[in-house]
Design a protein around this ligand. Sequence first.
Ligand code: URA
Length: 209
Amino acid sequence: MGKLVVCDHPLIQHKLTHIRDKNTNTKDFRDLVDEVATLMAYEITRDVPLQSIPVETPVTEAEGKVISGRMLGLIPVLRAGLGMVDGMLKLIPSAKVGHIGLFRHPDTLEPVEYYVNLPSDATERMLIVIDPMLATGGSACAAIETLKQRGCAQIKLMCLIAAPEGVAAVHQAHPDVDIYIAALDEKLDDHGYIVPGLGDAGDRMYGTK
Ligand code: URA
């Protein structure tokens, strides 16, 4: 079973409360999501492999640690996932970025893939799927499945807020995938919104409705 890591640092919880607030305007919402993404990047990269390299300090020759090689790929799910990419890139600027676009089929309500563009060396990287709201888990599971079908094996999922239903769905479909969130909320409502949540993440991020 994958891990569920709740990144509940006080700075993250503080910012998340303002993100949830319906009176937070679009610009502030975007800025806060960006800041939380940067703070979460610190936690999600905690186990990336290091390699030793020689380093000459002003005092002596020594060994230092650096992150080894081509390590990370960020895979935002369009469109709300885009809002967390720049914040992550501030800490991991050498990560490559791929994109997955999904829509919900009006008849079946199943997620349908309409756009996939991955780094050419995606199979060699640890990929972080970014989707701010883990509600039913349908799109997160589909995005992870898309990556696995293309041969990617090291995958993590990063969300701002999750419902227990979404966590259970991802854990069941993809027990090898660890999930990183800023908060685990109470439930889904009848329309599939997370309660208390923050409303529609994409609309709040881009000022649409
Ligand atoms: N997607 C959102 O943007 N918000 C929710 O509450 C659930 C899914």
